[in-house]
Design a protein around this ligand. Sequence first.
Ligand SMILES: Nc1nc2c(ncn2[C@@H]2O[C@H](COP(=O)(O)OP(=O)(O)OP(=O)(O)O)[C@@H](O)[C@H]2O)c(=O)[nH]1
Ligand SMILES: [Mg+2]
Length: 413
Amino acid sequence: MDEEKTAVLLIRENPSKSPDPYRINELRGLAAAAGYKVLAEILQRRGRDQRFQMGRGKIEEALSYHPQKLIFYNALSPNQVYNIRCEYSAQVLDRFNLILEIFSSRASSREAKLQVELARLSYDAPQVKNALALKKRGEQPGFRGAGAYEQSMYHDIRGRMAKIRLELECVQSMGEDRRQKRREQGFDLVALAGYTNAGKSTLMNSLTGSEVVAKDQPFTTLSPTTRALEVFGRKVLLTDTVGFIDDLPHFLIKAFRSTLSEISEADLVLLVADISDPIDLLRRKLIASHKALWDCEVTAPIVTILNKADRLDEMEASLKVESIKDLAPYPVLASAVTGQGLGVLEECLSQRLQPLKEYEISLPYTSEGLSELSRLYETTELLTVSYEKELIVRLRGREETIAKAGLSGARLR
Ligand SMILES: Nc1nc2c(ncn2[C@@H]2O[C@H](COP(=O)(O)OP(=O)(O)OP(=O)(O)O)[C@@H](O)[C@H]2O)c(=O)[nH]1
Ligand SMILES: [Mg+2]
């Protein structure tokens, strides 16, 4: 059996700001998701300590529980990691490392594994660079010709990062081809996005009848899953994606670009939030989600779904909707578990999708023309077909589908 993983959680809060219970809650959830047994939680309200992030006394208090790891909420600089490791021979993680640890343990596809490795290397590179700089300045014991080891390690890291980026670019371009094909087949691409644990996968399951894993813990979903559904006659492909979290470093978003392109390249984004969260937390998560959507360079329309409405009464729900009007102007109140609001959601989704355009095209009256007609029958909404010297077809469909028809001899009239 695996040895039990133990940790003490540490969080430093700025004394000028009011206390924030959500941060430690979130860190606890992340530690549990990574499989740690938490031995103690230590909070300190003070300014940042250059050397150790928190005061020496708090670090010693944490170590008195003999944990395997010290897990900090606050981001640690390469220097701080080095100082704590050297001074106390302690293993340290910050929240970002903890998230990466969860991602590593859940990454199953090659794409997810590469993205996690790239994120880790993006984090490690400045640490190694820092160690190198310290050695060069003689502040760290090293071999003669100081820092040769770090120098070559740094070089290896950069090389590996370049290789992964290249492979991920290839994955990304395969994703672009896949999306293009799906649009040619007449599908609208809709992405479910939002803060982790908001209920994206549960919504995916209720809307499409699928069985994506959904659990009450952060980052259950890492790799995207796509399922088809029909909404008021529109063929939609719905994609469930990795959740967002507060304060993600930009390079993590960059490392996950190929996965996140399911969101950035969608025709419509369904932004899921958990309306049962307290108002200030709900607001914070919505702001973090909007920031992430901004980082993903989303240009498609966004529909906000306030999920888990079954946990509130009507009065509470309408007060909350009112208090987040600036962040979610026309939200859909729904429950993925009871099915409440899903009809309204589908209606809203169909209204916000770009309307299909009407075209009149002609096809040669040949076996190729007829087989193209049967493709159009599958991928567009055929309005009329008249069989003359040529086949004259009036239809409603996506631009991409019509462009594809052009390759098989169809002409726009
Ligand atoms: N009461 C209630 N619980 C819900 C609802 N939707 C989801 N949940 C619960 O919320 C938890 C998280 O749901 P998921 O669907 O895994 O959430 P997610 O957004 O996919 O989370 P990640 O993939 O981890 O980012 C699970 O325990 C669900 O059962 C809902 O409408 N009502
Ligand atoms: Mg999920």
